[in-house]
Design a protein around this ligand. Structure first.
Ligand code: IPD
Ligand code: CA
Length: 257
């Protein structure tokens, strides 16, 4: 049994591709989703993909796994898995969903892989080694487009809608243009790829956030310390962006704390 971080990166890349293909293959015959809340759903594909990913990780490495649908406990060597991020998008058959897999050792995210099966985009990063999209190195936007920063501002009903409205007002006042596309993990990967200038959400769970935050950081972005204050088990604020707007976006996001 090998134990290196590099082995885990390579394994995660192959596993994310396999997991995304399974989710894509299940999309056509999807039954009725279970509602976890009025806007939060789980499908048979979410469960099947998480079972596949968890089983393969345990068989290969014997590591702990925390997943969105089946939970799991923290450990010094733990994988954090969102089988389908953007489940609502998946249900509605848009292209904005992905598989997100992170590996955390001794409280530090070492590996982050996100696979968007709909357009075959594989985002991968190992801490200290840069971030890649289908094998090509990525970089945050650097505001190279020369116009107003365009960011995504995510929301779930874990946060009062009034707080989200207040966040949007602050973003507008601070000169941001914003979107909400339904997959926080994919939005973070796209920060890394320079396709949007930043991402902010007042609360995300670790399975939605960790892989994407490592990607954004390794692509030269500024990110908040998500794992502080028990972020692994309780979730946390998420901020990731190109450095030119780091202070401004943190200011917009932190007015509550
Ligand atoms: C959600 C999505 C959404 C984000 C929420 C997440 P799910 O995950 O990432 O964009 O705003 O915080 O819970 O339910 O689609 O896996
Ligand atoms: Ca999710």
């Amino acid at each position: 049994m090998t134990q290196s971080v590099q082995d885990r990166l390579e394994f995660a890349i192959a596993l994310a591709a396999k997991a995304g293909a399974l989710a894509a293959s299940m999309r056509a015959g999807l039954g009725r989703p279970d509602a976890k809340s009025p806007i939060d759903f789980c499908t048979e594909a979410d469960r099947a993909v998480e079972r596949l990913v968890t089983e393969q990780i345990r068989t290969r490495f014997g590591d702990a796994v925390i997943g969105e649908e089946y939970g799991g406990a923290a450990s010094d060597s733990v994988w954090v898995v969102d089988p389908i991020d953007g489940t609502n998008e998946y249900i509605h058959a848009t292209r904005r969903w992905c598989v997100s897999i992170a590996y955390v050792r001794a409280g530090v995210t070492e590996v982050g892989v996100i696979y968007a099966a709909s357009d075959d985009r594989l985002f991968s990063a190992r801490r200290g080694e840069g971030a890649f999209l289908n094998g090509r190195r990525m970089a945050v936007s650097g505001l190279a487009h020369g116009s107003v920063p365009v960011i995504e501002a995510g929301w779930s009903d874990r946060v009062p809608i009034g707080d989200y409205a207040a966040l949007l007002q602050r973003l507008e006042a601070l000169g941001f243009e914003f979107r909400r596309h339904g997959s926080g993990a994919l939005a973070l990967a796209e920060v890394a790829a320079g396709l949007n200038d930043g991402y902010v959400e007042l609360h995300m769970n670790a399975w939605d956030a960790l892989a994407g935050l490592l990607l954004a950081h390794e692509a030269g972005g500024v990110v908040n310390d998500f794992l502080a204050d028990d972020g692994l088990t309780k979730g946390n604020l998420v901020v990731a962006c190109t450095p030119e707007i780091g202070d401004r976006l943190m200011e917009a996001a932190r007015w509550r704390s």
